[in-house]
Design a protein around this ligand. Structure first.
Ligand code: HEM
Length: 961
């Protein structure tokens, strides 16, 4: 036995003898775990971690509960000590060592599992559709594919207006004006890959190309997996929508398909299942985000040809059978709905290549383009092409500001900051946008979009005003900004021009948005301790309180692993060590080469230079695959179930506990949103959406109004569309694998029958279990069953536990009747995941898509890594993003879930733009937690009023409906 093993055994024995509150069995498990060491990272996709640990690991990190959880397909860390509410907490400390205690082992173990998942996702789930995949697999010039940093496909093409500026047909490098700020179309974020992330570049994939477009039956695995059961309209998407997504109503006359009652009467009532720890602002926040990240549409339109969208057949006795008129009427669907088809970029057969005799596709069977910039650059506000930029109005009195105008004479200090102007007749406009606020991306406008666009326009102007104020006080002082043409010449405050300031404002607002999303929205979406630590780690790093160590790790990550030609260094070790300093700001400081201990010297000189392209760009890592979002990412953001049908309208200056109206969301969409915003004011909508719970992401909980949305632009017989059915159709058009293969591809455990969806923790006979069992019955009716054939191999993504290939029988004897679990649409599948980690508003499948892509959109963006510098953001801008505002760090008076946190970034934005909300926000720790909820102790999910809000009728409901 070597020394390390002996010491671990000694440590475990002393723990065992110490009489702590852990059970002896747990501690023996910890000792055995220590002896085994770390699990190796899978070399092959078939050996992936799958979020499942060995029995000893489960016992050490979560005792009996975690051991019991190993039997089900869902990830194990959710059952570790401390990963839920206070009932899951064990011992806090052992001989003063927090990390050795039960809670320490649980939380650290969860973080370790998450890091394993991220490493494997980076390793096995990157598939670029832009032509670079061959190099990724084969490598190039002695560099492993995953360590490649530049690609010919990411050069600007010869017809591009900036072709010459970046070097034409020579080596391309962005410089000068092109690197100063975020560009309109997204080029030159990576200065050596000018095209990456810009508009109209292809969506990538996170699944092997041969697993895309299963409906086309292009290979044996797809045919074996699905037989002839799949089609664009098969199983029928409108039937699925009506049977599996519709919100049941206890008082349909008071809901009227989501339209509420006349005069917005407060007596209206639409039932929906609610998430007690997440508010309606959070629902619209994520719509606001998706409008920044991706779109398949051009100016609100899809391809010119129209298609039928279902309400034609249903499965009866495992056979697709036409619907009768009676059945159509009973379901409430519409056979005459029509929709425009999705745009496709390429749909011919892809080229192939081989490696070690194995064939590979160079891209998916069909590809699509992202019509907005993929960067987190607030393009929905500031624009992404010349057309959208024409809708962005600047203040003629100071073009650094956005144009905002005072509307009405409402009370409140925020009112004088104003509201966005309306689109004018001369603006580029789809007719359905008439009457809306002028903004770059006006599609699917709602009161929520109006809210966040006005909010951040105000914030932009507040930044400009603060800068102007500073310029008036210290006109000759260095603003921090630099012109790359004269990198060493300071630019004084008084010399910063309006365009420069406008662009700095855009950088600041985008970084603030990214920070809100990473450290405030996501930890509330995934409301538990591992995710609080993990998400804050992504931004600030896990060692933020040890600046010397942070610097040293930053240097190792950027200087060593970031430069390596070896795949493992450039991906796995880069990711592991980046969690130390955090992703945000990686490479934004450089120190002269010196022995390792010098990194701990706080007096070192930062030698980062704007003149050095390696410093400007050196903090990014794309892991060998150019950055864009994958189609699979779009799928997991189909979050329409979050939206309630009615908004409980309140007023901040009356009694915010009173619900004055129930306003249909559909009456606050498109131009009506703008009218509602101007009539009632930003602060009242803030209180209303801040207090109300959003819809739980689960089946039978989608908004009725979205199933019946008016779409006059289509000119169809009904003039309506079922957006929920469309969610399924779009995924099928874009070739997203069905749910079970989707999970296998992401390294998650497959399901073997519809029954696996039922949350195993629920007691038999409980109302929630009965609800789930009923839904499982409906899934079986809709998707059906078949007699399985064990000779048909269905996947290459995973193997059975005994190493054999997974076949059509999913572990059952040949010829058994099995559920068509392979056919379940991904959106249906993740909404049917009833078992979830504590506080998760989304499912674990969605979450795994986020682990990869949420990290990547930070890792790949130089403005969040090496170019997070005053040379671009200004000194004020860097402080603003770091401290959540101009006036230094501000701490909350009370700790929350055991953490002393700064006042959250969105709360600071709300308080700056609407100071009148001070009293309402006084007790709010996270702006996405319902504002009147008592946050209680350690990640409680209970729906209880905070002091002062007891009279709020939202807390008086008998049932959680
Ligand atoms: C009033 C609220 C909303 C309305 C009226 C609305 C409407 C729509 C419509 C009509 C589409 C289909 C576009 C097409 O493929 O032709 C769509 C797509 C989509 N919606 Fe919503 N939506 C709303 C809220 C939300 C929310 C809260 C989310 C949350 C993330 C969301 C996420 C998406 C996504 C991801 C797509 C696919 C976009 C794409 O294909 O590029 N929507 N929505």
């Amino acid at each position: 036995m070597n020394t390390l093993k002996r010491s671990l055994l000694l440590l475990a024995t002393s723990l065992f003898l110490s009489g702590c509150s852990d059970s002896p069995a747990d501690l023996i498990a910890c000792a055995r775990l220590g002896l085994q060491g770390f699990r190796p990272i899978a070399e092959d996709r078939a050996q992936r971690f799958q979020g499942k640990v060995q029995e000893v690991t489960a016992r050490c990190r979560g005792g009996d509960r975690a051991v019991a959880g190993r039997a089900v397909p869902w990830i194990d860390w959710q059952n570790y000590w401390g990963a839920g509410d206070s009932s899951t907490r064990g011992a806090e400390s052992l001989f003063g060592f927090r990390h050795l205690s039960a809670n320490g082992r649980g939380i650290d173990g969860a973080l370790l599992d998450l890091e394993y998942s991220r490493i494997e996702l980076i390793r096995f789930n990157l598939f670029d559709n832009a032509g670079t995949y061959r190099d990724y697999v084969l490598g190039k010039g002695g560099v492993d594919g995953p360590a490649l940093k530049t690609w010919p496909e990411m050069r600007l093409p010869s017809g591009h207006p900036q072709y010459s500026a970046v070097g034409g047909d020579g080596a391309q490098l962005c410089q000068g004006e092109l690197i100063r700020a975020r560009t309109l179309t997204g080029i030159c974020n990576d200065i050596r890959n000018p095209l990456m992330g810009s508009i109209n570049t292809p969506f990538s994939r996170n699944v092997t190309f041969d697993a895309t477009f299963p409906d086309l039956g292009k290979n044996d695995l797809a045919r074996n997996r699905h037989g002839d059961r799949l089609g664009l309209l098969q199983p029928d998407p409108q039937v699925i929508s009506r049977r599996l997504f519709t919100r049941e109503q206890s008082e349909p006359d008071k809901c009227r398909d989501g339209r509420g009652l006349p005069d917005q009467s407060a007596d209206a009532h639409c039932d929906y299942l609610k998430a007690p720890f997440f508010n309606v602002l959070a629902a619209f926040w994520i719509q606001f985000m998706t409008h920044d990240w991706f779109s398949h549409l051009e100016e609100g339109r899809n391809a010119p040809d129209m298609m039928a969208v279902g309400c034609a057949t249903q499965r009866v006795g495992n056979v697709e059978t036409p619907l009768t008129p009676d059945q159509v009427a009973k379901l409430g669907c519409r056979p005459d709905d029509r929709m425009d088809r999705t745009f496709l970029a390429e749909d011919g057969d892809p080229a192939t290549f081989t490696r070690d005799g194995k064939p590979y596709l160079t891209r998916a069977y069909r590809t699509t383009r992202n019509t907005v910039t993929a960067w987190w650059d607030a393009s929905q506000i500031y624009g992404y092409d010349a057309t959208s930029r024409r809708r962005v109005k600047r203040d003629p009195a100071d073009p650094a500001r956005l144009l905002l105008m005072t509307v009405g004479e409402r009370k409140g200090a925020g009112e004088r900051l104003g509201y966005l102007p309306l689109l004018e007749a001369g603006d580029p406009m789809n007719p359905q946008w008439a009457g809306q606020e002028a903004t770059a991306l006006p599609d699917n406008w709602s009161i929520g979009m109006s809210f966040f666009h006005n909010l951040f326009a105000r914030e932009h102007n507040l930044f400009v005003d603060a800068f102007r104020k500073q310029a008036a006080t210290t006109p000759d002082a260095d603003s921090g900004l630099r012109n790359p043409a004269r990198p060493d010449a300071p630019i004084a405050y008084k010399d910063v021009g309006p365009d420069e300031l406008f662009e700095a404002g855009r950088l600041v607002v985008s970084a603030e948005i990214a920070k809100i999303h990473t450290t405030e929205w996501t930890p509330q979406l995934l409301y538990d301790e591992p995710l609080y630590v993990g998400m804050n780690g992504n931004w600030h790093g896990l060692v933020r309180h040890y600046p010397g160590l942070e610097q040293a790790l930053d240097k190792v990550v950027v200087g060593t692993y970031g430069k390596s030609a070896r795949a493992k260094d450039a991906t796995q070790w880069y990711s592991v060590f980046a969690s130390g300093p955090g992703i945000f700001g990686l490479g934004s400081h450089r120190y002269a080469d010196a022995p390792p201990f010098a990194h701990f010297d706080p007096k070192q000189k930062d030698i980062w230079s704007l003149a050095n392209p390696d410093h400007v760009n050196g903090g990014v890592n794309h892991f060998g695959s150019p950055f864009n979002f994958p189609e699979e990412f779009v799928t997991v953001y189909r979050l329409h179930a979050l939206v309630p049908d009615l908004i409980e309208y309140r007023e901040w200056d009356g009694d915010p506990n009173a619900i004055r109206n129930q306003i249909a969301v559909v009456d606050t969409s498109r131009g009506l949103a703008t009218a509602a915003m101007r009539q009632r004011g930003l602060a009242n909508w803030a209180v209303s959406m801040g207090r109300q719970r959003l819809g739980l992401l689960t089946l039978q909980n989608s908004p009725l109004f979205l199933q019946n949305l008016d779409m006059p632009r289509l000119g169809s017989a009904t003039g309506k569309i079922d957006v929920v059915a469309l969610d399924l159709i779009r995924d099928r058009e874009r070739g997203v694998p069905r749910f079970n293969e989707f999970r296998r591809q992401y390294g998650l455990r497959q399901l073997t029958s519809f029954d696996d969806f039922i949350d195993p923790k629920l007691p038999a006979g409980s109302p929630e279990r009965q609800r789930q069992e009923k839904i499982v019955g409906t899934l079986r009716e809709i998707y059906g069953q078949h007699r399985c054939d064990a000779g048909k191999v269905i996947t290459a993504a995973q193997l059975n536990a005994d190493g054999s290939r997974i076949n059509d029988c999913l572990g059952r004897p040949n010829g058994t009747m099995v559920d068509n679990i392979e056919d379940v649409d991904t959106v249906v599948g993740w909404q049917a995941e009833f078992a979830r980690p504590h506080g998760f508003a989304i499912s674990e499948t969605q979450f795994h898509v986020f682990i990869l892509n949420a990290s990547r959109r930070l890792f790949s963006d130089r403005f969040f890594t090496s170019s997070f510098r005053p040379e671009f953001y200004t000194n004020l801008g860097v402080r603003w993003v770091t401290d959540n505002g101009p006036d230094g760090p501000v701490m909350e008076k009370k700790s929350s879930n055991g953490h002393d946190d700064p006042v959250s970034p969105l709360k600071r934005v709300l308080l700056r733009t609407m100071p009148e909300l001070g009293p309402e926000l006084a007790q709010v720790a996270n702006a996405f937690d319902p504002w009147a909820r008592d946050r209680g102790a350690y990640y409680t999910l209970t729906w209880k009023a905070r002091p002062g809000a007891e009279a709020d009728p939202a807390f008086r409901e008998a049932k959680p409906r």
